[in-house]
Design a protein around this ligand. Sequence first.
Ligand code: NZQ
Ligand code: ZN
Length: 395
Amino acid sequence: MQDFIYYAPTQVVFGRKSEDQVASLVRQFGGSRVLVHYGGKSAVRSGLLDKICNLLTADGLTVAKLGGVVPNPRLSLVHEGIALCQREGVDFILAVGGGSVIDSAKAIAMGIANPDVEVWDYYMGRAQLTKALPVASVLTIPAAGSEMSEATVITNEDGDLKLGFGSDLLRPKFAIMNPERTMTLPPYQTAAGVTDMMMHMFERYFTKDDDMDLTTDLTEATLRRVKAAVFDVLRNPEDYRQRAQLMWGGSVAHWGLLGMGVREDWATHQLEHELSAMFDVTHGAGLAALWPSWARYVMHENLSRFVRFAVNVMDVPNDFTDPEGTAQKGIEAMERFYRAIGMPTSIKELIGRDITDDEIDEMARKCSRDGKATCGGLKVLHAEDMKAIYQMARG
Ligand code: NZQ
Ligand code: ZN
């Protein structure tokens, strides 16, 4: 079992009308001049953006606005945000949106606090973060878990590189979560979000350190809950109770609780980041396209864990005479689940055409940092393994 430190400082304010508390929360955490950062149109269309800005200004806070964050958020907008915040003397960053907006906000928070460092250097491992401006969010999509995580993932358009960086300095101060605000999500984004949150649990559950039983139990219960809730929500997008399960599930999946006592994996995520960088696909959909192939490639590293998953999460009958068959059935059941919620199970389905060998080689080259790096914990993957998994997933 791995030793661990548990640290989860984000204040969660959950429920109907929770956004009404935004101004007092910003003040509580020391903000006075706020950058409100947001995405494309959803927060404008729903009226949430105006509501948040009005609440802040009515309380005497100064507001600057920067929209335009796209899924797979871009470094160029981060640079724009840093310049804007410097001009306006911003001391607090409030993200209104999902993982992309929050990740972009975290990047801006690093950039303003460290004006002499190029922010991309943190992602490249060329600089150490020692301070950052406070960040918080009003969450509109349960998926990435960035509202409580220490991570930020940014795409540098120059070279199509999508890289993550993590520091406890980036843990958001608060997260406002009103499940009603997620009712406008299109089915595809709802499903991709559930896929992502489940994958955040998989990255911790499929491990060799399977001796922290409480973590395993909590993970299986959370997986079962969100897996069931998504069907209710797809049938009835205004189902508050089930939207709430997903919203809380997305945070529970990723703030760290479900990784206590285990060595985490994260190979599927790293493989997916190359897909997102090359084809600009939705992160959750990219994960669904890869996971079954990853699972088949690594399952013998801890077969009993895959059997346990099949039985306890996917309701596969346990055939004690054939553990491999039971494990395979669990993976097949997961593929059926992906299809049932409208997610792809191959790269071909994801990008709408055959991927070429050259593209696969390029993704494996980037994922392995020109053959110098590995990924994964359950099985350490080298460039050749990465290529093999992409080939299995091509469809
Ligand atoms: O831009 P708008 O118009 O707001 O539309 C967004 C976007 O197109 C839409 N949306 C969000 N809330 C909505 C809504 N549409 C209708 N109603 C609402 N209430 O949903 C689309 C996706 O939004 P995005 O923020 O991109 O989604 P998500 O939360 O899945 O974030 C994905 C990003 O997070 C990164 C991913 O790599 C990806 O770049 N991740 C960040 C992590 C972290 N920081 O800890 C961990 C994750 O593994 C993940 O890698
Ligand atoms: Zn993810």
